[in-house]
Ligand binder design. Structure first.
Ligand code: NAD
Length: 341
């Protein structure tokens, strides 16, 4: 007998295609590989989509559908019960709108921790050395170039981690090997065994006393622009700021001003306020280290993320529920969330 429930894949599965196809014994598999938001909204009303039980989407597939905002959530077929999202950040999904409709959402924490923390370390070391300027000079045939200057060692510097979740903890673990002393601020203080010897401090103390500030918290209404002009004013002169979380956590114009005034020695950025647009004051600043949102861009991590989404789908199809439901839906019926940090 044909499965009566369907799963809709929006975008592509690249690294775990076989595992996706294996789900065909448990559900009808449908795919929406390309299109536009108006096209997607129209397609949602077709009878072929009326049995969709779960949706596989990703941060990348936002380019096909636009954000999963309240308008899109409202337009989903009544049959949709789960959204399994490929991405540790899910700021492009309106979680309260999903909860209001009884739709459970999972993300891919843990799978992303190592690669994103490696990226943060790369940016911390690169920004401490202001490595971009001499790298650019070399490629222009100018060897070290004119503005070349000495950098700083990570050893004995205070690393302040804002957001000590999975990635923050993986950054702490790595930074310790470079001789950094670590402090953090989080919504909730961690149990001692997860602190890895890091000191818990207030947000203000973190800003006032860190030599390097690493941003590792989720983007939401309360964290948008959490780092802006007043926060830069509190920081130590010559601080290094690294962001591998989400661009809008920093008010980019304020960062540019802090770089230009010399308050910030350098920055290392994987994420930007209005990707893929980048503030001219950052692109034009040879001393900042910039990456085009590559935090999880490794073969191993991309596969691990896809496999985790499929584990969530299998959990749903086999009646066990989601494996990594988002913490905002804690307490909602149907289980499967990780601890709220
Ligand atoms: N650059 C990339 O490619 C990339 C890859 C993966 C994740 N990310 C981003 O990194 C973020 C963190 O990922 P994670 O898996 O570590 O998430 P996580 O949920 O494990 O950790 C986030 C931490 O931030 C803390 N937090 C939330 N609001 C806070 C606040 N106002 N002040 C202090 N702490 C606060 C939470 O308590 C939690 O401990 C994601 O939300 C995502 O946006 C980026």
């Amino acid at each position: 007998m044909a499965p009566s429930r369907a799963i809709l894949l929006i975008g592509k599965i690249t690294h775990a295609r076989k595992e996706w196809e294996a789900l065909a014994s448990q559900a009808e598999l449908k795919e929406y590989p390309s299109g536009s938001r108006p096209d997607f909204l129209t397609t949602l009303h077709s009878p072929a989509y009326s049995t969709i039980h779960a949706i596989y989407r990703s941060n990348d597939s936002t380019s096909l559908t636009g954000p999963f905002d309240a308008a899109l959530i409202t337009a989903l077929p009544a049959s949709v019960r789960y959204i399994t999202h490929n991405g540790a950040g899910y700021d492009n999904i309106d979680i309260p709108a999903c909860t209001a409709r009884g739709i459970q959402v999972s993300s891919t924490p843990i799978a992303v921790d190592g690669a994103t923390a490696d990226t943060a370390m790369f940016l911390i070391l690169g920004a401490l050395r202001r490595i971009s300027r001499p790298m650019g000079s070399l490629r222009r045939g100018e060897w070290r170039g004119k503005g070349y200057g000495l950098g700083h060692d990570p050893k004995d510097k205070v690393l302040g981690i804002l957001g000590m979740g999975g990635i923050g903890q993986a950054v702490a673990h790595r930074a310790r090997a470079f001789g950094m002393s670590i402090q953090y601020h989080n919504r909730n203080r961690l149990p001692e065994d997860k602190e890895l010897g890091a000191r818990y401090v207030s947000f203000e103390e973190l800003l006032r006393t860190s030599d390097v500030l690493s941003l590792n918290l989720a983007l939401n209404a309360s964290t948008r622009h959490i780092i802006s002009t007043p926060q830069f004013a509190l920081m130590k002169p010559g601080v290094v700021v690294v962001n591998t979380a989400r661009g809008p956590i920093i008010e980019e114009a304020a960062l540019v001003a802090a770089l230009e005034s010399g308050k910030v020695f350098s920055a290392g950025l994987d994420v930007f306020e209005d990707e893929p647009r980048i503030h001219e004051g950052l692109v034009g600043n040879a001393d900042v280290v910039l990456l085009p949102h590559l935090g999880t861009a490794t073969w191993e991590t991309q596969r691990a993320m896809e496999v985790l989404v499929l584990e969530n789908l299998r959990g749903v199809l086999e009646g066990r529920g989601l494996v990594t439901r988002v913490p905002e839906q804690r307490g909602m019926e149907g289980g499967g969330e990780r601890a709220v940090l």
